[in-house]
Design a protein around this ligand. Sequence first.
Ligand code: ATP
Ligand code: MG
Length: 563
Amino acid sequence: MRDHVPSSTNFIKDIVLNDIKTNKYNGKVITRFPPEPNGYLHIGHAKSICLNFGLAEEFNGKCNLRFDDTNPSKEEQEYVDAIIEDVKWLGYDWGDKIYYASDYFEQLYEWAIQLIKDGKAYVCDLSPDEIRQYRGTLTEPGKESPYRNRSVEENLDLLERMKNGEFAEGSRVLRAKIDMSSGNINMRDPVMYRIRNEAHQRTGDKWCIYPMYDWAHGLSDSIEGITHSICTMEYEDHRPLYDWFIEQLNVYHPQQIEFARLNLSHTVLSKRKLLRLVNEKNVESWDDPRMPTLAGMRRRGYTPESIRDFAERIGVGKKESLVDIALLEHCVRKDLNKKAQRVMAVLRPLKVVIVNYPENKVEYLEAINNPEDSSMGIRDVPFSRVIYIEKDDFMEEPLKKFYRLTVGREVRLRYAYYIKCVEVIKDDYGNVIELHCTYDPETRGGWSPDGRQVKSTLHWVSASHSFNAEVRLYNHLFAKENPDETEDGNDFIDYINSNSIEILKNCCIEPSLKQAKAGERYQFERIGYFCVDSKDSNEGSPVFNRIVTLKDEWLKVLKSEKS
Ligand code: ATP
Ligand code: MG
């Protein structure tokens, strides 16, 4: 159990509370999270995970992790493993058993036989194309299949032979016999089984017919005694079909409740589209730090706490909207502000020689690890005659509101001294390559005893003590706010942000980070939050991923909403 218990309410929680009050399921709450292992989980799934596992935690129930593994052609063990890791990382516990729809293949097959015997299912020899044509449209009723009135015996025989592998893929299916003129297309004799001569990651070669999602899903919920089967809105029109199967078979009836899926700005949340990004090499892999997958966010440095906080804040409703990714980043910042140690790193170094500082002297200056949390303590940072500052903290001809370093101006070096620029050194092309500064020895620690004020404080590192590292700056994967909304025959891929990654090879990092471990998160003072990359870092040479900048765009959104 986690320490955090969600406090805000939503319409699903109200339903659950009411069911507990009326003792509808003997006061029990059993939910499930049912991913299909055909891709990695994304932040949309996290919304569903937090909702389902969150309800179970809050009401002392349980939440099953169940793989909806009914389609072997798209599913892989790699995805199963990744999903397990991601749910665990988010901090949820599913007990000792993982559930698989494939564990119910036998039971589902028996139920199919029962429906045939009751005259409620039949084997149909129409081709997939014909089935589509016969189905009709939203405005026109469908047409009955010529195979609809086969005898029970013939249907039983054909299904058994389908199962035994006697027929080619696509040659036959088993269909429910419901109503070809139903206003709900899902009820027009939906397919229950199709032939797939493919091995399954769990059942191997045992089956060559596989249940359709709609046939397996509601019944899997029933088998597991799910009380509240929570799913996204697109399944609302499938509910009558799940109900129909359950009623015909006269088995336990879970209650399905639909909610609006999460859409997030500047990204896409569909496994199909994410798979394309991976396959077409627009990103490095499923866990590329720009991906909205949980694996990508973990590698980028997002914390599970911040994702749960985000899920809590967006709430649960029935109406779809596009959530501003700035809110997610706000949650990440808020969490890291308390947790991440602050350090100094110079991303685009400019050499500064402090001409009145002794050649071989080194001082160790006290730096605060996190002003938000004194228990994180202090550390010593080496200071010497040659340091680096950020290139853009100097301007030879300062713009009006530029208060940082320029010739003749004094600024503070964080935790160190006041320095004043006395000379600019340039290369043959006129580029500034070095600054000469003087320091005031009386200002040790960054404060002047005479009360003299400076307008800015710069971060820095000692040249001979710092080490070089690669730092990756990530930006939104899509430049367009809603890349799902395509226009003029464009594809969502056309909206990829050409600036989504910037790699800086020669950043100078303070020495305390030399042994930083994969997954550790830091605030680089004045720059942003960074995480040690778990794939490309080596012992003693960490590579850093930018998690978020320090600028909180969400506060701007809030302000504009208020005014
Ligand atoms: P995708 O559209 O990304 O392919 P999916 O719905 O096909 O997702 P599943 O593996 O079937 O993926 O999803 C598992 C659960 O996660 C389902 O209950 C589904 O409703 C939920 N889910 C998927 N996407 C979202 C989303 N964007 N917001 C909230 N819940 C989601
Ligand atoms: Mg799905």
